[in-house]
Write a protein that binds this ligand. Structure first.
Ligand SMILES: NC(=O)c1ccc[n+]([C@@H]2O[C@H](COP(=O)([O-])OP(=O)(O)OC[C@H]3O[C@@H](n4cnc5c(N)ncnc54)[C@H](OP(=O)(O)O)[C@@H]3O)[C@@H](O)[C@H]2O)c1
Length: 262
């Protein structure tokens, strides 16, 4: 029996991820209302709180030590709009080369922050619930447009960073670097919709883990699961195939889809 056949027969082995040599296996893990909204008033209700907790519990079920969010989500949930005072760090030009402060972390939090706006004051996000117990070392994904002072700040506090392009981010390059520099095998892509849409656009999503919250928000202009930023060219629709479905308490559903048939 060949090694590939052996791995395919092993039930507990994610062979699709394992044989992908150049990048991590990418799972988009999200919660959405019945009308596809990933943000909105419905998330502030008591009923949605149960599904928010479940989101964290289900995150833990995936064997992954890395998750990625867009700048807006990171600002809303982790840096809370904190602005850095970088005047004292104005200095020499810093080469636009990747900086690895720690590639032996137990877990990684990856922030897509093209121009360096996030006001991090520490190099890791501390545990905030029982499902994310370990400290998560921060990796910033930047473009070369970022200021030298921001790079100096990241180096000073020990945040790793990688470059995804000059003006725009090429996520194919980014995820390859995450595997090469940090040995990330499985990446949880955890919103928001504009970040998800960017990876969808490059054909980088292998799996969708969707918690369907049994509410309809009805709000217009709310971010959906996948959005296309104005500077991107929308690609043809992407096919998903149902892998598993689980009934949740209180009328919810956990849907798992893959983008390629086995
Ligand atoms: N329901 C859920 O499961 C869930 C999960 C996560 C988040 N959310 C919610 O989603 C909302 C935010 O979603 P969002 O889509 O507006 O924001 P987002 O995806 O969190 O962040 C968008 C930002 O990320 C950067 N970015 C994304 N794609 C890029 C690309 N291709 N190239 C360069 N930069 C890129 C840009 O930063 P710059 O603006 O700095 O250029 C962009 O404005 C929040 O309300 C959050 O709570 C919900």
């Amino acid at each position: 029996m060949s090694i590939i056949e052996f791995l395919q027969r092993s039930k507990s082995f994610n062979w699709k991820g394992a044989i992908r040599l150049d990048r991590p296996y990418i799972i988009c893990h999200m919660g959405a209302s019945l009308d596809g909204k990933t943000a909105g008033d419905y998330l502030k209700t008591e009923r949605a709180a149960y599904f928010n907790d479940l989101y964290e519990e289900l995150h833990k079920r995936f064997d992954s030590n890395a998750w990625m969010c867009g700048r807006v989500t990171m600002e809303e949930h982790f840096t809370f709009g904190h602005q850095l005072d970088l005047e004292s760090l104005d200095g020499p030009v810093i080469p636009r080369t990747d900086y690895v402060a720690n590639n032996h972390a137990e877990s990684y939090a990856i922030a897509v922050d093209p121009s360096g706006k996030l006001g991090w004051t520490k190099n890791a996000i501390e545990s905030w619930n029982e499902h994310r117990k370990e400290e998560q070392h921060i990796i910033e994904v930047l473009t070369e447009q970022v200021s030298d002072a921001y790079l100096a700040h990241l180096q000073k506090i020990g945040i790793s960073y990688i470059f995804g392009g000059n003006e725009h981010i090429n996520f194919t390059v980014v995820v390859q670097k995450l595997k090469k520099r940090f040995s990330i095998q499985t990446l949880m892509l955890e919103g928001g919709g504009f970040l998800n849409g960017s990876l969808l656009n490059e054909g980088l999503i292998d799996e969708l883990s969707l918690i369907l919250v049994p509410m309809a928000d009805g709000g217009s202009n709310l971010v959906t699961l996948f959005e296309t930023s104005s500077f991107l060219t929308k690609q043809p629709p992407v096919n998903f195939f149902l892998k598993d479905v689980e009934r949740l308490e209180d009328s919810g559903l956990w849907l798992k889809y893959v983008t390629k048939h086995d």
